[in-house]
Design a protein around this ligand. Structure first.
Ligand code: FEO
Length: 395
């Protein structure tokens, strides 16, 4: 994508990664691709805010060249160390050796531990300012949103917030702005991003948004480091983040199971019937056939989760085990959970699932439901009742 002026003398110079389908070590499927956004602010001094992933370094440099010769860059603001935003820094800095890199102390440490280069680095803290000429930049440390080094940059003259990963979306598009894309797809990707990356950090995010609100800085535009820029109504994504960070949920249950010969699947389908019979919104996923990123996204707005597995070698099946490891890491505090599954001669899956999620802030509201071999009519009725009771436990 070519450079584009998003505000007078502020250019989007990042790249669109149309082909990426996995992110963060295959923990996140990016079905709509992504982008690595970088912004060039041209004033008496010139600042580049963030870079892109290393394979796209030349495209970033070419975009910068459309606006200014790279050697004229005075400052590079490194809001975040992660390589999707810093990978191109060695190539860019080779072209602008006089540029000073600005970031938090943790950023300095992290960049050194990635690239082992002694760049001219200035550490900044919250409220520090950098004068560029007519414009200035100020900085807001944002540790653990989502790395210790993370930082937001703010330009008061344009009321522009550059928050790096926060408010981003893995959403490849030829458009640059929120008002140019399908709104459902946009919010779906924003929610997916929050659920799969930021969910465990809700308390930190809530505090940071409240801190920014207390700073009383007007925000007319939010330009994140992934996806499109929020210009039509930046409050829309801020309010969505507030809701997600507060753990706002609705009467919805996500049922996730893995089955060996179909018995646990029969149980899951009857449980869903029970839940739906009392008006609960339900989503059912066979984890072995489903996109884990999509399941996690559906779970963010759900009050309860039910997990099912057949027993195999006194343990749960491997796909549900891998999935529950992700759930454990997300620490879905306050959600109600339950377990079910079939077994042959000895059980084990239910206890393994219970143990795995025993310390992640969830609450098990019903005794786990086990069925030997294949459920008969009475046992299927018991599954239906299990769904009804779980729904009632959500009230
Ligand atoms: Fe988009 Fe935390 O990197």
């Amino acid at each position: 994508m070519a450079a584009i002026e998003i505000l007078p003398k502020i250019y989007s110079v990042g790249v669109v990664d149309w082909g990426v389908r996995n992110f963060h070590g295959h923990t996140y499927t990016t079905s709509r691709g992504s982008s690595y956004n970088a912004y060039l602010i041209v004033d008496e001094k010139i600042a580049l805010v963030d870079a892109v992933a290393a394979p796209f370094a030349q495209e970033l440099i070419d975009n910068i060249k459309e606006v200014v010769p790279p050697e004229r860059i005075d400052y590079i603001i490194a809001n975040h160390v992660e390589t999707d935003h810093s990978g191109a820094l060695p190539a860019v800095l080779a072209l602008c050796p006089k540029a000073k890199v600005l970031g938090t102390a943790k950023c300095q440490e992290g960049l050194y531990k990635h690239y082992y280069q002694n760049w001219d680095f200035q550490t900044v803290k919250t409220n520090d300012q950098l004068k560029l000429g007519q414009r200035s930049l100020s900085f807001i440390e944002a540790p653990m949103i989502h790395w210790p080094d993370s930082m937001f940059t703010y330009c008061p003259q344009d009321q522009l917030l550059l928050p790096n990963d926060a408010f981003g979306q893995h959403f490849a598009s030829s458009a640059r702005f929120d008002d140019q894309v399908d709104q459902c797809a946009l919010m779906d990707e924003a929610e997916k991003y929050y659920a799969n990356i930021l969910w465990p950090l809700g308390a930190v995010i809530l505090k940071k948004i409240q801190e920014i609100q207390k700073l009383n800085i007007p925000i007319k535009m939010i330009a994140p480091s992934h996806g499109v820029i929020w210009r039509r109504d930046p409050a829309k994504i801020i309010n969505a983040y507030l809701g997600w960070a507060k753990g706002e949920v609705r009467d919805k249950v996500v049922v996730v199971y893995e089955t060996m010969w179909g018995s646990s699947e029969q149980m899951a389908r009857k449980i869903v019937d029970g839940l739906a019979s009392v008006g609960i919104e339900v989503k059912l996923f066979d984890v072995a056939q489903s996109d884990r990123t999509e399941i996690i996204t559906q779970m963010l707005s759900a009050k309860g989760f039910l997990f099912g597995s057949s027993t195999h070698d006194n343990d749960m099946l491997p796909n549900i085990a891998a999935f529950l490891e992700i759930v454990k890491g997300l620490k879905p505090k306050g959600r109600r959970i339950g377990f079910f599954g079939s077994y042959g001669w000895a059980g084990g899956a239910l206890k393994e699932m219970q143990d795995l999620l025993s310390n992640c802030g969830t609450q098990e509201t019903l005794p786990a439901l086990a069925v030997k071999y294949v459920p008969d009519t009475a046992e299927l009725a018991g599954c239906f009742e299990f769904g009804v009771k779980f729904a009632q436990s959500l009230k």
